[in-house]
Write a protein that binds this ligand. Structure first.
Ligand code: AP5
Ligand code: ZN
Length: 219
């Protein structure tokens, strides 16, 4: 897909739209690694690294971690060997400054390939986020109603304990949506203007959303 041998897909959508769920499923299908800035911050938080401790206050409030920190982190991640064919970006870029930085990082490889927007209504997003549960061991994402594990509270993959993210509390979720509309939604216009936006109806089953994404990416 990429002009110069690399494919960079930027998944867009409100918190809870299904970016992480789809990125994990598409990794194998497209042969690209998922880069989730939220997951990298949560991993650092778990091990109480300086980066994790710095990110914690912002994440707990539902605000964005400062751009300089986030951009440097992504630039380092893209240097790793598994990114030789490109990457599936989940949660980055998240504002116009990050988008410009990402354009600069990917320019030598042909730039961004496509930016699919997974569209769902806000009410649906809130339902999805409040029912989400995540595996402590592998990070697999479930939903108590829409995508339940075989045994309640236990990961299907590795038997790990499922937990609720701290920022999935209702007060924080509202601010995350606010931050999305204020800071992240301008990216829809940004990628549309570049001819890279691909709109996908996210209010379908997980399998149907995946099939639609694969279709729009192949087009
Ligand atoms: P991040 O981890 O990126 O969170 P987010 O963008 O708010 O996205 P979510 O993880 O909430 O949603 P998702 O779209 O991945 O949905 P999911 O697949 O899980 O960011 C967290 C924080 O980190 C930020 O607030 C910020 O502080 C910081 N941060 C991260 N990146 C940053 C950046 N670039 N710059 C600055 N700060 C940054 O699905 C949701 C639920 O729905 C799940 O339970 C799932 O099972 C279910 N579900 C999924 N698809 C379907 C479907 N089709 N039907 C029914 N249920 C479904
Ligand atoms: Zn697991």
């Amino acid at each position: 897909m990429g002009d110069k041998g690399r494919t960079f897909i930027v998944l867009l959508g409100v918190p809870g739209a299904g970016k992480g769920t789809q990125a994990r499923r598409l990794e194998e299908e497209l042969g690209l690694p998922q880069i989730s800035t939220g997951d990298i911050f949560r991993y650092n938080l778990k091990y109480e690294t300086p980066l994790g401790l710095l990110a914690k206050g912002y994440m707990d409030a539902g605000d964005l971690v400062p751009d300089d920190v986030t951009i440097r982190m992504v630039a380092d991640r893209l240097e790793q060997d598994d990114c030789v064919s490109g990457a599936l970006m989940d949660g980055f870029p998240r504002n116009l400054i990050q988008a410009a930085a990402f354009d600069a990082m990917t320019a030598p490889y042909g730039g961004v390939t496509a930016a699919p927007l997974i569209h769902i209504e806000d009410e649906e997003a809130i339902q999805r986020i409040t029912g989400r549960r995540v595996c402590r061991v592998c990070g697999a994402v479930y939903h108590i109603q829409f995508n339940p594990p075989q045994v309640s509270g236990v990961c299907d993959v590795d038997g790990g304990e499922l937990y609720q993210r701290d920022d999935d509390k209702p007060e924080t979720v509202r601010n995350r949506l606010y931050v999305y509309y204020k800071q992240t939604s301008p990216l829809v216009g940004y990628y549309f203007a570049k001819g890279l936006l691909r709109e996908v109806d996210g209010a379908q089953s997980i399998e149907q959303v995946q099939a639609t994404l694969l279709n729009v990416l192949a087009a």
